[in-house]
Design a protein around this ligand. Structure first.
Ligand code: SF4
Length: 199
């Protein structure tokens, strides 16, 4: 999907996402980002094991209502995806490396957007940065020491804490969602995706 008429497209950001490792990237309109309270509620019940573990996870993020407010100031967004073999998505260690890459791409595209003058740009990904980047530390520095994030160039919030419907996001980007292990579709790969609000 291309940016709406009158909006500036940033092909260099799509290219950067691909260069950093994304299988593909696309522009979407913020109106294509669907927020559902129930999805964010899944972080609480059944409670995710990472609930409260980092400054990028609920209850320390804006949540669905905050994200709806945030969206009002953006006129465009970039979505990117990673097509990942199911064997990796279900592995205990390699899957974490893939989620780390997902967060790294979101952070990289966000920072590139800021450099070209889109200074309010924000990246979102999946999983928990405490697990991905701070597993050698007992606690999140931001939450427990009042300090700066140890990994500002890598760590980004998970979309799940805001209730972002990833299936609809991928639909908005024009991509079919593959759920690893699902019997009705090709089970050899699954799709993860990340989001950068550009503005
Ligand atoms: S300090 Fe570690 S756990 Fe806390 S926000 Fe940064 S990467 Fe995440």
């Amino acid at each position: 999907m291309t940016a709406h008429k009158g909006q500036r497209s940033f092909p260099e950001l799509l290219e950067l996402a691909r260069r950093l490792g994304a299988s593909d990237a696309a522009h979407v309109a913020p109106s294509g980002i669907c927020i559902e309270d129930e999805l964010a509620g899944l972080c609480v019940e059944p409670q995710c094991e990472n609930f409260g573990a980092s400054a990028n996870c609920p209850p320390h993020v804006l949540g669905p209502n905050g994200f709806r407010e945030l969206l009002k100031i953006y006129s465009q967004a970039v979505v990117f995806k990673l097509e990942v073999p199911s064997s990796i998505l279900f592995s205990p260690v390699e899957r974490l490396e893939v989620f780390a890459l997902l967060q790294e791409i979101a952070a990289g595209v966000e920072q590139a957007a800021i450099k070209i003058g889109q200074t309010r740009s924000k990246g979102f990904a999946g999983n928990c940065c405490k697990v991905l980047f701070c597993s050698d530390h007992p606690r999140c520095r931001v939450l427990h020491e009042g300090g700066k994030c140890r990994n500002p160039h890598l760590a980004r919030p998970s979309m799940s804490g805001f209730g972002i419907n990833v299936s609809k996001l991928m639909e908005a980007a024009g991509w079919p969602l593959k759920i690893a292990g699902e019997k009705t579709v090709d089970t050899s790969t699954g799709t993860l995706c990340g989001l950068i609000l550009i503005g």
